[in-house]
Design a protein around this ligand. Structure first.
Ligand code: 2P0
Length: 353
């Protein structure tokens, strides 16, 4: 889109993703290279997403960014890496009718303004940085006419590791790769968003406060101090990745559910095994786990599964809408709404319960 003052603008939207086999730990901090593969589900962009508008104009004197309406600094290494990499890949943008002629090399001198909004709590364990950097890199790539779209995940990864997975919908694997410069540490789509359309994801926002220990700091401390993390990344995750890929391929909910809950619990066990220990879940999170585990045990096979990221919020999976409704009923029984609670948020898909 071109505005009156010769400003060129692009708006993009990217959803967040939820890991079912977790990324926790880097082997290279600056390139953001992980110590194990991970697998995630990208959420529907209508619910949890970032919307980012990027604009370029010869009148802009510096790169600037606003997040949820507040200006933030772009001086950090992660923003700088993404901007530098995208500019290196930038192509010509020429539209004679609109009087636009930007050559690939011109992007090195032109400045951009970025406005980004999250429609969910920032930094509360709902992977805001994943949607944020995926959206930023994608919007910039469209603005700057980047040809090699397959390289975008390696650029988004340098903004935030989990962001590389948000560039694809459906089920996505982030392959850790072997290359020292990270060229093969990229996201790969395992299955499209329509592959398992019965699967329902429920999110219980237990707290929308910012977490005390960022994922970046937490995983650095785990790499430095947790023996369990080494065992997990070398001997446990590789097996789970294969099993999870197969479960997704076959839409095998029982295996998917067992692996998802087990991997979440192991990730939080690694956090406890870190010195000093990190507590991302709270008492409410533990009660949700108990509620689901008791239900699954009473049925003899997993009805639903749960996973928690670097925060107390629960993400739950049900094999279909009927079971999702039963899960919601149970949650509402154990966690009755308080007077004044907004019940309109209790919805599955488009239907309120
Ligand atoms: C994941 N998490 O796989 C794991 C599970 C949180 C728990 O990816 O340092 O924000 O920016 O690469 O991507 C959160 O880590 O960390 C995360 P950086 P990121 O989703």
């Amino acid at each position: 889109q071109v505005s009156g003052e010769g400003m060129l603008m692009v708006t993009a939207r990217a959803p967040t993703n939820i890991a079912v086999i977790k990324y926790w730990g880097k082997r290279d901090e600056s390139l953001i290279l992980p110590i194990n593969d991970s697998i995630s589900v990208t959420l529907d962009p209508d619910h949890l997403c970032t919307t980012t508008t990027v604009a370029v104009s010869p009148n802009f004197e510096s790169d600037r960014m606003w997040l949820n309406g507040k200006e933030i600094s772009l001086s950090g290494g992660r923003y700088q890496s993404c901007l530098k990499e995208i500019r290196q890949q930038a192509g010509d943008v020429i539209d004679e009718n609109k009087g636009i002629c930007i050559k690939g090399e011109d992007w090195q001198k032109l400045h951009v303004h970025i406005a980004s909004y999250n429609n969910f709590p920032t930094a509360a364990g709902l992977a805001s940085s994943a949607a944020g950097f995926a959206c930023l890199v994608y919007a910039l790539s469209k603005l700057m006419n980047v040809k090699e779209q397959y390289e975008l995940s390696a650029i988004a990864r340098q903004g935030s590791g989990s962001a590389c997975r948000s560039l694809y919908g459906g089920f996505v694997k982030w392959a850790m790769g072997n290359d020292v410069n990270g060229s093969d540490s990229i996201a790969i789509q395992l299955a499209r968003e329509t592959h398992w359309s019965d699967l329902v994801i429920l999110i219980a926002v237990v707290s929308s406060h910012q977490k005390e220990i960022s994922s970046t700091t937490g995983m650095r401390e785990s790499v430095e101090t947790s023996e369990l993390l080494l065992q997990r990344s070398q001997n446990i995750v590789p097996k789970r990745i294969k099993q999870m890929e197969e479960a997704i391929r076959n839409r095998d909910f029982t295996t998917f559910a067992k692996l998802t809950s087990a991997d979440s619990n192991q990730f939080h066990a690694v956090c406890l095994d870190t010195s000093p220990p990190i507590f991302y879940m709270n008492n409410t999170s533990h009660r949700i786990i108990n509620c689901i585990e008791r239900w699954n045990q009473s049925e003899g096979t997993p009805q639903v599964s749960y996973t928690f990221d670097a925060g107390p919020n629960a993400v739950m999976f049900a094999p279909n809408r009927k079971v999702a409704s039963l899960l919601l009923q149970r949650l509402l029984f154990y966690f009755p709404p308080l007077p004044g609670d907004d019940l309109s948020s209790f919805v599955i898909g488009d239907q309120s319960i």
